[in-house]
Design a protein. Structure first.
Length: 84
């Protein structure tokens, strides 16, 4: 075997091994960044979001009432206008 052929064989085995190790460490780094981001993120909703959630819950209650009560068209129109 010539010396050039030996280097080709070394690179055929060394490069995939090197690439795999590099991918492993990059994956670990990304997972650690995700963990840090998740631990820094606020656990409780912000007050602005709480007000929006309350408003959306009220709208859902009205829509449930519309479906359950089987109202006439005039009552439906007034409830829909109340949502706006």
């Amino acid at each position: 075997m010539s010396q050039g052929m030996i280097w080709v064989l070394i690179w055929c085995f060394a490069w995939p091994a090197f690439s795999g190790v590099r991918r492993y460490f990059r994956h670990r780094q990304r997972m650690e960044e995700i963990r840090v981001t998740a631990s820094v993120a606020p656990a409780l909703p912000e007050p602005a979001h709480e007000a929006e959630l309350k408003m959306l819950r009220d709208r859902v209650k009205v829509l449930e009432r519309i479906v359950v009560d089987n109202r006439h068209s005039d009552a439906l129109a007034s409830d829909i206008e109340a949502l706006r």
